[in-house]
Design a protein around this ligand. Structure first.
Ligand SMILES: Cc1ncc(COP(=O)(O)O)c(C=O)c1O
Ligand SMILES: NCC(=O)CCC(=O)O
Length: 459
């Protein structure tokens, strides 16, 4: 028997009410707010292994993993030990430290980049990579893909995925034609961003044919995980590099989500191992490389990275960049991320996603299970999803019903149909059993929601 929690969560609600008074929307990042699915966001007080514990004392199997970073699960002893040891020596020095050299060396060893600059968030990594690409090429424009999210810097908030997509779907039937996505982003900032459909090389070639000499870079998620999971079509990433290079532009591969999660060297390594090397000029990292503390990076060819201050003219900086606690957490995490770890993550992802898909099949719910390595998500639509328009055509109410039924049974899924599900090595047989036990009722709930509203839109 699976325990079922009541819909009300009084202790979380009290905290949320206090938060609403002093924090806009009650959260410090919109994706946490449950806007698309309704109900009280759960305030978490503790994490241990595969589980999170909320203020009401309820336990949840966590399939968000802090939105990707926690490949080893919560409070992994080696990571906690590394952080506490580092903290005892001081929290920040504003001077170079040995730990950040080791972290940079570890990243360079695992990935195709020659050099990296450490920053504090994925947003900073992509924003800085774009500035560097513009500085290096002397060109103004960038290409991004609809439904890809690269953080919240001005020029990248155009047809963005993740929370931007979630809120847009919740607000309207979802036409995102109005650019930029957010008030406060000036039309001139957004005007330098050309938005194209994901997985459409012909569209990229067509734009380069007209604008090629003014395009500094293409930025793409190595595998899209911010409109739900949409893997790149075979040849897409390599094709982007080829088109960009033909026109003297750069390819920025955003591995903030995929980096060190889908393999020890990220998507670049996985793709190369499948016979498609990606000749990226710059790669951005985040999430896993910080081990749950704020750390991110961007790196690339020595020639391009040499343009960065103080070696070169393109300015970029940060008071807490290369922070010793974050570097220690990241390094401890990466050092534990052996090939065996990736084997386990892949198997766990296959097991959980297979169980979910089977339960939905059993309840007669049309859906698509999509993978990019061990990241996956389920779209409530019978059709393949290869781009953002197709992702938005899913049956949002079916996702909501599924999400709420899983939450009530102690499974914490991303509270949006436009997000990837993440696994950790802490998920053991008991956790998988717990997940499986929650599924039949959730699949029935999704089936009921599907029969009420025939069309998607409006999460
Ligand atoms: C692919 C990708 N790039 C960039 C970011 C931005 O990272 P951060 O939230 O650390 O600023 C995210 C997630 O947030 C992401 O998934
Ligand atoms: N896929 C969404 C993210 O990773 C972002 C998390 C956040 O903005 O809090």
């Amino acid at each position: 028997m699976t325990e079922t929690f009541p819909a009300e969560a009084p202790a979380s609600q009290d905290l949320f009410d206090r938060a609403l008074a002093v924090v806009p929307g009650g959260v410090n990042s919109p994706v946490r707010a449950f806007r698309a699915v309704g109900g009280t966001p759960r305030f978490m007080v503790r994490g241990e292994g595969a589980y999170l514990f909320d203020a009401d004392g309820r336990r949840y199997l966590d399939l968000i993993c802090s939105w990707g970073p926690l490949v080893l699960g919560h409070a992994h002893p080696a990571v906690i030990e590394a952080v506490t040891t580092a903290a005892a020596k001081g929290t920040s020095f504003g001077a170079p430290t040995p730990g950040e050299v080791e972290l940079a060396e570890e990243i360079v060893r695992r990935t195709p980049v020659d050099q990296v600059r450490l920053v504090n968030s994925g947003t900073e990594a992509t924003m800085s990579a774009i500035r560097l690409a513009r500085g290096f090429t002397g060109r103004p424009k960038i290409i991004k893909f609809a439904g890809c999210y690269h953080g919240h810097s001005d020029g990248l908030l155009a047809a963005a995925g993740s929370g931007v997509a979630t809120l847009a779907a919740a607000r309207t039937e979802g036409d995102l034609a109005g650019r930029p996505d957010s008030p406060g982003v000036t039309p001139s900032a957004a005007a330098e961003t050309i938005v194209l459909p994901y997985n459409d090389l012909a569209a990229v070639a067509a734009v380069f044919a007209v604008e090629g000499a003014r395009i500094a870079a293409i930025i793409t998620e190595a595998a899209a995980g911010n409109m739900g999971v949409v893997p790149p079509a075979p040849g897409f990433n390599a094709g982007l590099a080829a088109i960009a290079h033909r026109h003297g532009a750069l390819l920025i591969l955003d591995e903030v989500m995929t980096g060190f999660r889908v393999s020890k060297g990220g998507w670049a390594e996985l793709s190369a191992s499948r016979g498609e090397p990606i000749d990226a000029d710059l790669i951005t990292f985040g999430k896993v490389m910080g081990g749950g503390l704020p750390a991110a990076a961007f790196g690339g060819r020595r020639e391009v990275m040499g343009y960065l201050a103080p070696a070169g003219p393109v300015y970029q900086a940060g008071t807490l960049s290369g922070n010793p606690l974050a570097s220690a957490a990241g390094l401890a995490t990466l050092r534990l991320c052996t090939p065996e770890v990736y084997g386990k993550l892949d198997r766990t992802a296959a097991q959980l996603s297979g169980l979910a898909s089977k339960a939905l099949d059993g309840a007669g719910v049309a859906h698509r299970l999509q993978h990019a390595g061990n990241m996956f998500s389920i779209f409530f639509t019978p059709d393949e999803v290869a781009n953002y328009d197709q992702a938005r055509a899913q049956h949002a109410a079916a996702f909501t019903a599924f999400f709420q039924a899983m939450l009530a049974r102690g499974v914490y899924l991303p509270p949006s149909a436009f997000e990837a599900w993440f696994v950790s090595t802490a998920i053991d047989d008991d956790a998988i059993e717990h997940f499986a036990a929650a599924l039949p009722a959730a699949a029935e709930a999704a089936a009921a929601a599907t029969s009420v509203t025939p069309e998607g839109g409006g999460a």
